[in-house]
Design a protein around this ligand. Structure first.
Ligand code: G3H
Ligand code: 13P
Ligand code: ZN
Length: 321
């Protein structure tokens, strides 16, 4: 089965009111875990590759691994560049046949962000590739920076509905990543923090009112940083901060129903992998066969992905819609 276009996955997800899981791939075990879980759940999936993943694993290895996954499975699979930071990187991925790319110039002023996004859109659309862009700022690593979770200004960082309309209309991007209280990484918030669902509803509504239809929105930083996994890591020698919190899964579930069509999850996979590997090493310090710790790591990630697609994103069973 060839790759499925990101736009086709979005169209079906919007209709069915489920979200497509976009999981980050850095090596073979992560890829196998994601594909095995989605295959068994009959869930369509987006495999996403960051610049760092390309540097770590080499684009050719990643391409061949994904080719293997696509040929061995029969679920719809799209391939996406995560957080592309330049036109050149986006172009490379478009030329390699990615079905979508993200250009992330959200740190730039509005007009500069628009200009860079437009340039990527122009090239991508000539080559049958979709473009995700981002507006607003995800405030990450607040915990590390010593800030109290949730104390930053909504107006300063969150996506403004009216700006979202202007940005989508003028850039021509195919999906938009928004900032509504989501955040990257394992140290998102100190206390419980909730997504700004009212803002999400407003963004969705103004896009609809502007004639942009049921426009696909993207939720980055959607890891929930499960407490039991953090405790498991620390039980086996880890030293992760235990008073950290992620985005509650219940909020992601609401965001999914309200129109976040692509949900990006990376950290939770990393945590599941780390917990499994630490457990093997602490219970059997003599172990040195990589298959004996990467095997459990793959299993841990697989179960986590299964839980996300089944219980949070509700994409299970939609592979053949
Ligand atoms: O949001 C970023 C993703 O988690 C990718 O992370 O740049 O460390 O590969 P990375
Ligand atoms: P988390 O690492 O917080 O899950 O975020 C993933 C992400 O947004 C990838 O773009
Ligand atoms: Zn992200």
């Amino acid at each position: 089965m060839p790759l499925t276009h990101t736009r086709d996955l979005f169209a079906k997800a919007l209709k069915g009111k489920y979200a497509i899981g976009a999981f980050n791939v850095n090596n073979m075990e992560l890829l196998q875990a994601i594909i095995e879980a989605c295959e068994e759940e009959k869930a369509p999936v987006i495999l996403q590759i960051s610049k760092g993943a390309r540097q770590y694993a080499n684009p050719v290895y990643l391409k061949k691994l994904i080719e293997a996954a696509v040929s061995l499975s029969n679920i719809p699979i799209a391939v996406h560049l995560d957080h592309g930071d330049s036109f050149e990187l986006c172009k490379e991925c478009i030329d390699e046949g990615f079905t979508s790319v993200m250009i992330d110039a959200s740190h730039e002023p509005f007009d500069k962000n628009l200009e860079i996004t437009r340039k990527v859109v122009e090239y991508a659309h000539k080559h049958n590739c979709s473009v995700e862009s981002e507006l607003g700022h995800l405030v990450g690593a607040q915990f590390d920076e010593g800030e109290e979770g949730g104390n930053y200004s909504h107006d300063g960082h969150y996506t403004h509905p009216e700006e979202a309309v202007k940005f989508v209309q003028q850039s021509g991007c195919d999906s938009l990543a928004i900032a509504i209280g989501n955040s990257h990484g394992a140290y998102k918030f100190k206390g419980e923090q909730h997504l700004d669902i009212d803002r999400l509803k407003s963004i969705k509504k103004v896009l609809m009112d502007a004639g942009l239809g049921d426009y696909p929105l993207v939720l980055h930083g959607a890891s929930s940083v499960p407490k039991d996994i953090i405790l498991e890591i620390n039980k086996h020698g880890g030293k992760m901060g235990e008073d950290t919190a992620g985005v509650p899964e219940a909020d992601i579930e609401i965001a999914r129903r309200t129109g976040c069509t692509k949900v990006n999850i990376d950290t939770d996979l990393r945590l599941a992998m780390t917990a499994a590997i630490r457990k093997v090493f602490s219970e059997n310090p003599k172990e040195f066969d990589p298959r004996k710790y990467l095997g459990p790591a793959r299993k841990g990630v697989k179960e986590l992905v299964r839980h996300k697609v089944r219980n949070v994103l509700c994409s299970s069973g939609h592979a053949f819609d």
